[in-house]
Design a protein. Sequence first.
Lengths: 182, 178
Amino acid sequence: MKQLFLFLIIVIAGTSCLKESIADAMLNSQSSGTDVASLSFEVNGKLIQQSVYTVHQSDQNYQLACFRTAYNGGIDYDFDFLTPLGEFTNAINTDSLKPGKYINQGFAGGLFVFDDQNRNYFLAFSTDTVSFTITSNKNGYISGNFNARLTELVSQTGNSNGYGNPGGCVITNGTFSNIPVY
Amino acid sequence: MRKEILFILFFFFIQQANAQIAVAKMVGKNTSNYGMGYGAFLKAGYPVSAGDDVTLEAGVYIFSLNDQGYGDGTALVPLKLGYRYTFNRQGDGFYIEPQAGYNLYGITSLNNDGYNTQNLKFNGVIFAASTGYIFSIKSFPLDLNLHYETIWDKGGSDNFIRLGLLVSLHFKSRPEYY
């Protein structure tokens, strides 16, 4: 009887110490659904990652979000990612953000896309692109991947922008998941 | 109804026993960031034989995380029933005591992203065991023991060990049992 009791204690103690904590089990259960929005991409080989619990976000207080905005000419889906190093934005003009590829190209005057520790990168030249591939848009959450080729803004005088080496900022292996749409 | 029963039990404990304090340490996976924990609990035994007691224990444990002052950590409120077996068959000396019970309330507070605190609430079934030595100093009964406890819920487990020097309390005196 004593040996059986000792055996049971050893089995229960050993088993329990090998299990993850209750908090970790609950968090892992959450991240398998849409409870966590996440972002990952590389800037000229430098990895940037961000994740946030959806419950901690709102349209007024967010880190990874997409805003559906209707205006006279149509509908924009404005992605706004606030990373530890800076902001990444991209607007897709479409009536319905179905799974597929959406490409924005650079144009004269330029459009801000990304800043990395106060160095700003634009869609400034025709060779600059931001390519978003939407893989899922369900129940108000969007997932996909992206890449970009941008040009750094090096000077600004009045309304005139000065740019550096065209396409000098290369963003690769970008993925985003469970981004809430507000 | 359950709250009324618990209140009656706690009121009975307050009449029959004194609250006791212990230090404890979380053990297991990802517990290295936990500091020393503290607990306050009520425990008393009811002799069922010359050498054995049925025990009832209820308490509160708080384990703080070393998280630069965010105040995160885990709190537990276990309720356990146990059977204490003394090896000398006289109700004192060395003993072992398996326990089982239910965690009435558990919460782990975490600050994951530097902005908000997430509170994870849980309950869970409890398995525990103690080994110790009951002795008296000038007729004052003391219980020096090492205790291991594990709470299972949501697919995970919270575990801790406790080293305590407790007042050994009983609902009735052992000589009455003979």
